[in-house]
Ligand binder design. Structure first.
Ligand code: GLP
Length: 236
């Protein structure tokens, strides 16, 4: 078993939210300044617990993983909207950063975003995982050396994520995403995965073999990863 990966088995989302809340409390007390944030349904109970807590993020700068191309903060399907809705409107941060999917020059936006996050240095990065093993929007095949870039979403991701869009055709087929190397630059990583739909992806990680076919396996080379999951029999 990879020594850098610690598994925390939880009974349910509530237990996970409680554990993450206490971990955040410790990290903040320990001087955390830069936090990497994720979106997706997995993060909702986590942010709900933070929002209802006494945690103070007013000294924290955040960087989100990704954003759909073409969707601005005023669009209810954008990740900027999600973050405002679930966290930023409830907890003040020192500064928040989300890649701008409406930028005129997306390549430039990616370059600047990468420079900002490298300059800040992420202390702790939260991650979910896609059913196909993607992390952020790094789809299968993405090099582990990738930095923030524009990505083409796969049919699998479009299929899964279109459930949040009223009209299937309204989901953007491209997104801006931190790269795998950007994510691995964080000092610590916490990945959260709930439900059987995520079993296949976690099984690939448990095999202990890095492969770009399953971006989640990039975590095998990171020095400090915690996996929080309600899945049984997933630890190597
Ligand atoms: C999206 C995001 C990922 C997230 C994944 C899982 O594709 N880009 O960062 O991890 O969804 O989403 P959920 O938590 O809804 O299962």
């Amino acid at each position: 078993m990879a020594k850098n990966i610690r598994y925390v088995k939880v009974a349910d989302k509530n237990e996970a939210a409680g554990i993450v809340l206490e971990r955040m409390r410790e990290e903040l007390a320990g001087g955390l300044e830069v936090l990497g944030l994720a979106t997706g349904s997995t993060m909702e109970p986590i942010y709900e617990a933070w929002a209802g807590s006494d945690l103070d993020f007013s000294g924290v700068t955040s960087f989100n993983l990704d954003e759909y191309v073409g969707l601005g903060a005023d669009n209810a399907n954008s990740y900027a909207w999600f973050m405002n809705q679930h966290l930023f409107s409830k907890k003040p941060f020192k500064e928040t950063n989300i890649p701008d999917g409406t930028a005129d020059n997306l390549a430039e936006e990616c370059e600047e975003y990468e420079a900002r996050l490298r300059d800040a240095g992420i202390d702790l990065q939260f991650l979910g995982v896609g059913e196909n093993g993607h992390i952020a929007f790094n789809e299968p095949g993405t090099p582990f050396t990738s930095i923030t870039h524009v990505t083409q979403l796969t049919d699998s991701t479009l299929g899964v994520n279109s459930q949040y869009f009223e009209d299937r055709s309204a989901i953007p087929e491209t997104a801006l995403t931190m790269g795998i190397a950007s994510i691995l630059s964080a000092k610590k990583i916490i990945l959260i995965a709930f439900g059987e739909k995520k079993r296949h992806a976690l099984e690939q990680l448990a095999k202990g073999q890095e492969t770009t076919e399953f971006p989640i396996t990039a975590l095998l080379s990171h020095q400090d990863v915690t996996i929080i999951t309600d899945l049984d029999n997933i630890q190597p």
